[in-house]
Design a protein around this ligand. Structure first.
Ligand code: MN
Length: 205
């Protein structure tokens, strides 16, 4: 049974940046639906005891095409939102510190330059999708974007995602309407960089 990430804060805790109705709909409807559909498809495929990362990395082993598609979309939706919600928090924002900050500076020049690059990927993703910060096998950082519920794992890279920005309209339309760039800019105010730093350390351990 794949468990949906439980928010450690209330739906209105990210107000006024991310409104309560968006958080509630996003988590209790969209993410819950992906989780339910993922569990159903995983049971049918007999992969319900696999690790989600291993499963998304080996989708080509699922022979049935419609099951493979269901696992890719709903397993992606499950995994992606678990990461997305887990790096958000109230009283957050600011910049990372420690090793992650060092690595970001090394790779992108500065936190501002990193923010500009990943925001560009988030805003320019055509249609629904995601922007990603991942760790490569050698510990270096890499940015990417993906469509639908794809992610660096289901796209076949060895990169380990540690931070993402959801740019599906359901993530911002109630408050920001068509202004995706405003949502992306505001999203940084609710990023808990200590969570991202812990993921970076786990990925490089
Ligand atoms: Mn979403």
């Amino acid at each position: 049974m794949f468990e949906q990430y439980k928010l450690p804060f209330a739906y209105d805790a990210l107000e006024p940046v991310i409104d309560a109705l968006t958080m509630e709909t996003h988590h209790s409807k969209h993410h819950a639906t992906y989780t339910k559909a993922f569990n159903e498809a995983a049971q049918k495929a007999g992969v319900e005891n696999m690790d989600v990362v291993e499963l998304l990395a080996s989708l080509d082993k699922i022979a049935d095409e419609s099951l493979r598609k269901a696992l890719r979309n709903n397993g992606g939706g499950f995994y992606n939102h678990n990461l997305y919600f887990s790096v958000m928090g109230p009283n957050a924002g600011g910049e990372p510190t420690g090793v992650l900050a060092q690595k970001i500076n090394e790779t992108f020049g500065s936190f501002e330059a990193f923010k500009e690059k990943i925001s560009g990927l988030a805003v320019s993703q055509f249609g629904s999708g995601w922007a990603w910060l991942s760790v490569k096998k050698d510990g270096t950082l890499v940015l990417s974007q993906s469509a639908n519920q794809d992610n660096p794992i289901s796209l076949g890279t060895d990169d380990k995602p540690i931070f993402c920005i959801d740019v599906w309209e359901h993530a911002y339309y109630l408050k920001f309407k068509n202004l995706r760039a405003s949502y992306v800019a505001d999203f940084f105010k609710v990023v808990d960089w200590s969570k991202v730093a812990a993921l970076y350390e786990a990925a490089t351990r």
